[in-house]
Design a protein around this ligand. Structure first.
Ligand code: F6P
Length: 513
């Protein structure tokens, strides 16, 4: 049984503690007053080290947050997920993406686990065969949201492990400029299209898939079975589209949690079965950590609780992430869907409006690029935005001097945010006391990337559980889709009947020649 966070005694205690201490809390003093602060607020987890000590939190607040987690029934909620309960209540579905990387499963989930392994084996055998097939030089993934962002992010991030001789392209937008630009450089006999869609109904993906197929046939291609594969839970729809090569998954895998399923095929093609298995392995180690580490040493839990502290007590509305690795340039976009589509909710599990904030806005760019763009606001702006650094200790290149410069910048920015710099001239004054979290991976490998993504999944689970929301549905994306279907024919006909004045005016303007 879970209890909403604001209905617990710990919530009231946290409020009191916040009011009594937060206005005067100063990170610089906190470090001066506690020689163990770094040790206390840092955490080793599988493949990931995290320093949380530069956050606006003291030991008592963290203790109260652990109590809050207990009073909310977080552990029971975790076990409900790992036990296959239908915690996605509005869709009456289990939430079992962890099963995609599991070796064993709870009683009652043996059939699902066997299906996972036989599909994985088939998909990886296919991936290795395509890797060995030198006539296929280009792989085009057509999918959007969870069917695009994860594999795209991971293939870019793991470039070091990508087999030479294959290029990967990702087409998501219904904007034809994207597909057109990709098709321009392709030859049908050397191209493999992956149509990635959990539902196989998403308008953008279907439009792109139809156009790709038309292009393939018009360019002389005749072997759809060899040049198209579908990654979907809706195998019948893929067959109806005349794609026979299909890799399935299940409704208990949410779109934004699907990179570990057949949706991960681009990554398997890029890094081989070995790479993909290592990616799953990294995530599995994080699953075990999340499930078994005591709350006090549980990194996803500590992060999720910090998120609640920041959102509901400090009332920060946004958080930024700066991966100090150019290969991770799509990580912020990936995490944005993971966190904002999961926790951007305004009602609790009973459908009652929430009296507190939920998902922050998550955004970011790789460092050091962001330093020369928006870091100004992070250092001297009027709003406090907690920043997360992700640094990788060992580089995969051997260009002298670059990596120490990169790491020095990450450390220096975190230091500058915290320490600030006093200056009589207000323009040159840095207030400091600005919070950050610092993650360290030893190397960027399939395993460490898998662990880091799973860490985020469980962190989002933790804050969502405390907020008492359903982190696994996404009804908020529906209305716009329905309205777009109504508007599309009006662009051709010019019919504005029943439209509001602004939409009608814009439609008319877009039709004007
Ligand atoms: O519209 C939102 C959404 O449903 C996401 O949740 C999902 O990842 C994306 O669209 C793509 O859906 P599908 O994989 O079914 O094409």
């Amino acid at each position: 049984m879970t209890v909403r966070c604001d209905r617990t005694p710990a919530w009231q205690e946290l409020r009191k503690h916040f009011d009594a201490t937060a206005p005067r809390f100063d990170l610089r003093e906190a470090f001066e007053g506690d020689a163990q602060r770094f040790e206390h607020f840092s955490q080793e987890a599988p493949q990931v080290f995290a320093d949380l000590s530069k956050n606006l939190i003291d030991a008592k607040a963290e203790q109260l947050l652990f109590t809050l987690a207990r009073e909310c029934g977080l552990q029971a909620r975790i076990e409900a997920m790992f036990g296959g309960e239908h915690i996605n209540a509005t869709e009456d579905r289990a939430v079992m993406h962890y099963l995609l990387r599991a070796k064993t499963a709870a009683r009652g989930l043996a059939t699902e686990l066997a299906q996972v392994h036989s599909t994985l084996d088939a998909m990886l055998a296919y991936a290795d065969a395509v890797r060995a097939d030198h006539t296929i030089t280009d792989v085009v993934n057509i999918g959007i949201g969870g069917s695009d962002l994860g594999p795209q992010m991971a293939v870019l991030a793991l470039d070091e492990f990508v087999a030479p001789g294959k290029r990967f392209h990702f087409v998501s937008n219904v904007d034809g400029h994207e597909l057109d630009g990709v098709l321009e450089g392709l030859a049908p006999e050397h191209t493999l299209f992956l149509i990635a869609s959990k539902t196989f109904t998403t308008a953008e993906t279907m439009a792109n898939a139809h156009s790709a197929k038309r292009w393939y046939e018009q360019s002389g291609g005749t072997d759809i079975a060899r040049h198209f594969a579908a990654l979907t839970t809706n195998v019948e729809a893929a067959r109806a589209f005349s794609i026979d090569t299909t890799f399935g998954f299940w409704d208990w895998v949410g779109g934004r949690y699907s990179m570990w399923s057949a949706i991960g095929l681009p990554l398997a093609l890029a890094t081989g079965s070995q790479g993909f298995r290592a990616f799953l392995e990294g995530a599995r180690a994080m699953d075990e950590h999340f499930r078994s580490a005591p709350l006090e040493q549980n990194l996803p839990v500590r992060l999720g609780l910090l998120d609640v502290w920041y959102r509901n007590f400090h009332r920060f509305t946004s958080r930024s992430i700066a991966p100090y690795h150019s290969g991770l340039k799509r990580l912020p976009a990936y995490l944005q869907q993971l966190e904002m589509e999961s926790n951007g909710k305004q009602v609790d599990l009973d459908g009652q409006p929430l009296p507190y904030g939920t998902s922050p806005v998550l955004w970011g760019e790789p460092g050091t690029n962001g330093q020369h763009a928006y870091f100004q606001m992070l250092h001297q702006g009027t709003d406090v935005v907690p920043l997360e650094f992700l640094a990788v200790r060992d580089a995969a290149h051997d260009l002298p001097g670059h990596h120490p410069k990169l790491l020095a910048n990450a450390l220096a920015q975190a230091q500058a945010l915290m320490q600030g710099k006093r200056d009589q001239d207000g323009h040159r004054n840095f207030p400091g006391n600005r919070p950050s979290t610092f993650f360290v991976l030893e190397r960027l490998t399939p395993e460490s990337l898998g662990a880091f993504v799973a860490l985020y999944e469980h962190r989002v689970f933790t804050s969502g559980a405390l907020w008492g929301i359903n982190s696994f549905d996404q009804w908020g994306v529906e209305l716009g889709k329905v309205l777009a279907r109504d508007i599309e024919p009006r662009l051709a006909s010019g019919d504005t009947a029943g439209l509001d004045a602004s939409t009608a005016g814009l439609l008319a303007r877009l039709r004007q020649r």
